[in-house]
Write a protein that binds this ligand. Sequence first.
Ligand code: AHR
Length: 526
Amino acid sequence: MTFTGKFTMRAAAALLATVLFVGSAWARDAVEVGVDTANPGPKLDRHVFGQFAEDLGTGLYGGIWVGRDSSIPNTRGIRNDVVAALKDLHVPIVRWPGGCFADEYHWQDGIGPAAVRRPQPNYNWGGVLESNEFGTDEFMDFAQQIGTEAYISVNIGSGTVKEAADWMQYMTARADSAWGKQRAANGHPAPYRVAMLGLGNESWDCGGHMSAAEYSFQLKLYARFVHNWNKEQPMQRVAVGPGGPKTEDYTDTVMKLWKDNADWDWDLEGLSLHSYTVGKWPPSWPATDFGESDYAKSLVETLKMEDLIRKNAAIMDQYDPQKKISLVVDEWGAWLAPTKGSTAGFLQQQNSQRDAVLAALNLNIFSRHADRVRNANIAQMVNVLQAMILTDGPRMVLTPTYHVFRLYVPFQDAATLPVKYDAGSYSVGEFKLPRVDVIAAKTQDGKIAVALTNVDARQPATVAIDLGKVSATSAAGETLAAAKVDAVNTFDSPKTVVPRRITVPVKAGRMTLTLPPASVTVVTTQ
Ligand code: AHR
């Protein structure tokens, strides 16, 4: 960060350390936040905190899969350090194998003994050879090791309906069926659970450049013939939806098809939406060594997610006022300039405190649209785009975005609570942003969780929160702040951006805390 201000972030952090619970001078300027604990809204589905793990770059190979013979500690080829870190996030669902890769993936290349796996060049992502060592059984093992659900995207671009139907049989049919026998021979007699099934990916682009009408034709077939055979374990089907204004007709076309044909023997439970914070293509916004103006610019861009969701939700409401179909934001996050020297097409980028703030703002948007947005998958999990984790050989580092996802764990399946506040705005040149962003929810064990983002990169924000009638006498949680908005964790300095524990007294339902500049805080009543 290159800007200097009278009140630097470092000074603010130091102040916060000594004066967390503020005195009267600060309290006068405090932003009053009212949380309506008596009127819970829709549940914030835990699947909104989902992840995306595409066969791309070192996202799987190196990041998750190191192979059974690796000197990196692993369980059946899957690295133990990454699994342990992900378990702390309570990752609810992981989307695999793509992305664009999904429409080039032929699942039979990746099952069975190593000797029969069929290596294939990865067309979309650097043309490198995909060994297919990490296939369906390895992904399901990974999912089981981190305790998550599987969201599988089938190939409707270069694949066939039969190939996708067979894959579902392989994963979900009984062990005495043809594909079930094959699965059992590969070590897994019991059917797997596929929680979500993506019927294509970006069919308007890398998935086949189809018009909405052309895609509808494919959708009818895949939705009709690709069955989940594990009837005890429900599965949701997700159709391709829009990726921005140019592809919004997908929303209208797919929703109309669904509405007009309710009597068909097919099911649809979700419509996908993709939106990256990227600016112009190709992605060039710096991931490191940027200043306040770049920080503000990218946050203005990320907040467009709100309008995109509102617009598409409004179209969906016309066909589905009961909100049966979820809007599934299964690709989102910052897409930045690649790390210097990284392999072309591997989409490797650093992850800063700015990205932590950006993640929190998006999670807050999803929370405000919890009635319609019931699944989201940040792109991506390890080593790719806005990753949780970066690895380099045996080394692993947790990114600021990882910490935000961990801070937000109390919000999984919590009941959203209305919040009211007027914090004013924060401006940097032409870029105007809300100064503070707040969401609240009642957790599954009846506590009140509040997430507060101080967007302002220069000034701390004092916030006085009125929780109404609560018996709690304190709230505890963590604050993620950094000395600079472009602060990152590196392999040599992995703890530059880490959360700090805080405790705040609650008196007669009120608590006051000071948020460092450009920070994310989550507290839960005790
Ligand atoms: O996440 C990287 C790529 O972005 C995905 O493969 C594709 O669906 C999107 O364009």
